[in-house]
Design a protein around this ligand. Structure first.
Ligand code: DX5
Ligand code: ZN
Length: 215
């Protein structure tokens, strides 16, 4: 059974408490928090105060996905705001070994995110330091985009790298996840699925989360 992380980006921001309570009641495992700065990605979402506000109501871990330049400037702030797991983009971190250590130092699990065009091979000398790797299956910046099919092969490549290096790294996928892409991702070896619009645009999100959970 995959870990399910509904993305708050697709939720009703005017009713965050209600949305958090829905996730608490559902079979979801984590809250996925998409932070965008309008520089690393062409969109701005929300930041530290909103993460803090969600934390007040969340009874499950916060999986914070930083789509920002210079994420090392804000790691401690997000940890204080309640992040349990922080992922940073490989493309945004020239000293990613140091950034992962900083995240762990702040008391969080640490992960690397790869954009669709970044090959899994860049992780060869850092996978042992990753609690998780998040593979983007759309270009980061927006919810509701079409799933990029090449992701299945990347999941398999990552699975082999993890086996070869004998690490306990989790594989998470983000973007365009629904019941059909989700099933194939789990079959390819994904451990965790992020789902935004598929969950929140549905009339019964709790039901959809339980269907994703049974994949
Ligand atoms: C995209 C974000 C995703 C997004 C996924 O940049 O990282 O987490 O919310 O949305 P869906 O599930 O609608 O593709
Ligand atoms: Zn995300």
């Amino acid at each position: 059974m995959p870990i399910i992380a509904p993305s708050i980006l697709a939720s009703d921001f005017a009713n965050l408490q209600k949305e958090a309570e829905m996730i608490n009641q559902s079979q979801a495992d984590w809250f996925h928090i998409d932070v965008m700065d309008g520089v690393f990605v062409p969109n701005i979402s929300f930041g530290i105060p909103v993460t803090e506000a969600i934390k007040k109501h969340a009874k499950k871990p916060l999986d914070v996905h930083l789509m920002i330049v210079n994420p090392e400037k804000y790691i401690e702030d997000f940890a204080k705001a309640g992040a349990d797991l922080i992922t940073v983009h490989w493309e945004a971190c020239p000293h990613i070994h140091r950034t992962l250590a900083q995240i762990k130092e702040a008391g969080c699990k640490a992960g690397i995110v790869l954009n669709p065009a970044t090959p899994v091979a860049v992780l060869k000398d850092i996978i042992q330091d990753c609690d998780m790797v998040l593979l983007m299956s759309v270009n980061p910046g927006f919810g509701g985009q079409k799933f990029i099919e090449n992701t299945y092969q990347k999941v398999k490549d990552l699975k082999s790298l993890i086996a070869e290096k004998n690490t306990e790294t989790l594989i998470e996928i983000d973007g365009g996840v629904n019941l059909s892409t989700g099933a194939k991702l789990v079959e390819a070896g994904a451990d965790a699925l992020v789902a935004g619009s598929f969950v929140f645009n549905h009339e019964n999100p709790i039901q959809i989360i339980s269907e994703l959970k049974s994949l």
